[in-house]
Design a binder for this molecule. Structure first.
Ligand SMILES: *Cc1c(COP(=O)(O)O)cnc(C)c1O
Length: 390
């Protein structure tokens, strides 16, 4: 008999009860060090006091209206994102997939509004992940996720991630935009070669395309900058964000320059829940913490520390691990042994981690992680590695 909850997930045998900072407790009393962060969502750890305060205060005042009203918290969050990024304008939705969908819509609309309705195709990358709606599945082109849901939506071309020659060759008369994750998360925690984003920017500008980033996973402080592309100082025209934006409250956003958002006038897009007072209270509280002086610097410091420890682990067990990967606190280890088995052993020893494509063990610690917790995780990783059957 089918379970009451539609069985679309392979779930762990952990029934969650409560969380505090980097720790999570199960209903049976087990305590875990959570280096999954709700898949990159609880960037400030579980139940961060400032977020709890902001959301409870807002819950007592007003939860939801609709976007027929002006929502002061939404205006404030949009302004703060504009002030902190390349963007001039922000649309709020509820998830990463929705943010990506809008980014794709904006790309088509821009071309149509500026005299190129024939430009409607998007070039995206192999190994990417953009969500589970029909358009975002087609954008990523992952056969496993598309199977049985076909035919895939038309309008997407795919090239190898990190390869500028392939990208250039894929641009045609009908191309509207380039759509990439500055660091691939689900696809295997893959950072592109240095200079890749700059090359994409040049191609986009040369051919009159929009450059669209999906920073749903790599954004919001994860790499030690507010957004991953800031490391290369190559701004996009449009960017999708979500995951850590609400610190655990569902909210996503699509950011755009004024030029790219040409045509996004009243009536062109909408969302019932998007940017409601409760969601933006969470978003503003997250920014309060992340934009405070020293926060991102600390993320950078901790990520370098963790990277060093992962490198040492990989070196110690060349039979088990191939290489450390990623950037900031979006880290992984490409494994030789099955990554999923290693993750499951870690879980049995109280440390929660994830997998990603290419047999990668993925770790997404909360951004508030400290050296003590990094040591704790690494001690367990060494133990599991040392006990691995030969
Ligand atoms: C998680 C993710 C998405 C999809 O976000 P949802 O909130 O699950 O819809 C899109 N892009 C990237 C890069 C992601 O990591």
């Amino acid at each position: 008999m089918i379970s009451a909850v539609m069985p679309t997930y392979g779930r762990w045998d952990v029934a969650v009860d409560r969380g505090e900072g980097p720790y999570l407790w199960a209903t049976d009393g087990r305590k875990f060090l959570d280096f999954t962060s709700g898949i990159g969502v609880t960037g400030l750890g579980h139940c961060h006091p400032h977020l709890v305060g902001a959301v409870t205060d807002q819950a007592k005042r007003l939860w939801h209206t609709s976007n027929l009203f002006r929502i002061p918290g939404q205006e404030r969050l949009a302004q703060r994102l504009v002030d902190s990024t390349f963007a001039d304008t922000v649309f709020f939705g509820n998830s990463g997939a929705e943010a990506c969908e809008l980014a794709l819509k904006i790309a088509r609309k821009y071309q149509s509004e500026t005299g190129h309705p024939e430009r409607w195709r998007i070039v995206a990358c192999e190994g990417s992940f953009h969500g589970r709606t029909l358009a975002t599945l087609a954008a990523a082109g992952n056969e496993a996720y598309l199977k049985g849901f076909g035919p895939a939506m038309d309008g997407f071309d795919h090239v190898a991630f990190g390869n500028l020659n392939e990208m250039r060759a894929a641009i045609g008369k009908e191309t509207a935009a380039i759509f990439v994750e500055p660091i691939q998360g689900e696809g295997g925690v893959r950072a592109p070669p240095v200079g890749y984003l700059k090359g994409l920017r040049e191609i986009a500008d040369e051919f009159g395309l929009l450059l669209v980033y999906d920073e749903v996973q790599c954004g919001m402080g994860r790499t030690g900058k507010l957004f991953a592309h800031e490391w290369e100082e190559v701004p996009p025209d449009v960017m999708a964000i979500a995951k850590a934006l609400g610190g655990g409250f569902p909210i996503g956003a699509c950011l755009a320059t004024e030029r790219a958002a040409t045509g996004m006038v009243a009536g062109t897009h909408g969302s019932t829940f998007g940017g409601n007072p409760l969601a933006v209270a969470a978003g503003n509280a997250v920014l309060d913490v992340m934009l405070a002086p020293g926060f991102l610097q600390r993320v950078d410091t901790m990520s370098k520390l963790l990277w060093g420890r992962l490198e040492a682990l990989v070196r110690s067990y060349p039979r088990l691990f191939a290489e450390p990967r990623g950037s900031g606190l979006l880290l992984g280890i490409r494994c030789i042994v099955p990554a999923a088995d290693f993750v499951s052993k870690l879980r049995q020893n109280g440390v929660l981690a994830l997998t990603a494509g290419e047999n990668v063990l993925r770790i997404l610690p909360p951004l508030i992680v400290g050296e003590g917790e990094i040591d704790e995780a690494l001690t367990v990783m060494h133990k599991v590695a040392a006990e691995w059957p030969t």
